[in-house]
Design a protein around this ligand. Structure first.
Ligand code: MN
Length: 209
């Protein structure tokens, strides 16, 4: 049975960048529902029950029942994506990358500023609900992309690209405070993004090669 990651901060700790009610609703309602609905769907797929969430997302095409496949795609994506998102936020975390990840960002994007611009424009350009991503492959390369709904690069690349940073641009992530101003939310997101966590995510992808 899958469980939501536990937060090592309080719902009001990200104020004023993300407000307490948004954090509480996002984690306690939205993410809880994705997690519960994933578990309910997996009850009908015993052959999937002992797989990691990453393996489940790669093996989606093997689910023959379309309703179940959509349930696992939407809720398994929602479960995985939000674990990544909530774990990457922290007040007072390192606010820019260092060491290996910083060098790789310079190599692949020119500079940290230019990576932030690419991520922001992927997040702004995603029409409707979805995510913007920074992903890595096992050779350590980085790429920026975006996905609709609760899809992610693992599903889209059959596991070749693993997201290390995800910006949730569903309106539920920002609408209570920012209304239609998605760009202001994205700017705020970068203020509370903990690059220590992103560096660990990156090291994990590269070390499994
Ligand atoms: Mn969300």
């Amino acid at each position: 049975m899958f469980k939501q990651i536990e937060l090592n901060y309080n719902f009001n700790d990200l104020e004023p960048y993300i407000d307490e009610l948004t954090m509480d609703t996002h984690y306690s309602k939205h993410h809880a529902a994705y997690t519960n609905n994933l578990n309910v769907a997996l009850d009908k797929l015993p052959e999937f029950k002992n797989l990691s969430i990453e393996d489940i997302l790669v093996k989606l095409p093997a689910i023959s029942d379309d309703g179940l496949k959509n349930a696992v795609r939407n809720n398994g994506g929602g479960y995985y994506n939000h674990n990544l998102y909530f774990a990457s936020l922290k007040p007072g975390g390192r606010n820019k990358p260092e060491d290996d990840l910083a060098s790789r960002i310079e190599k692949d994007f020119g500079s940290f500023e230019s990576l932030k611009e690419k991520l922001s424009s992927a997040a702004m350009g995603r029409f409707g609900s979805g995510w913007a991503w920074l992903s890595a492959n096992k050779s350590g390369q980085l790429q920026v992309s975006s996905s609709p709904n609760q899809d992610n690069p693992i599903m889209e690349s059959k596991g070749d690209w693993i997201p290390i940073l995800g910006i949730d641009v569903w309106e539920h992530a920002y609408y209570l405070k920012y209304k239609n101003l998605r760009g202001d939310y994205i700017d705020s997101f970068f203020q509370i993004l903990n690059w220590d966590v992103i560096a660990k995510n990156y090291a994990k992808v590269v070390s499994t090669s």
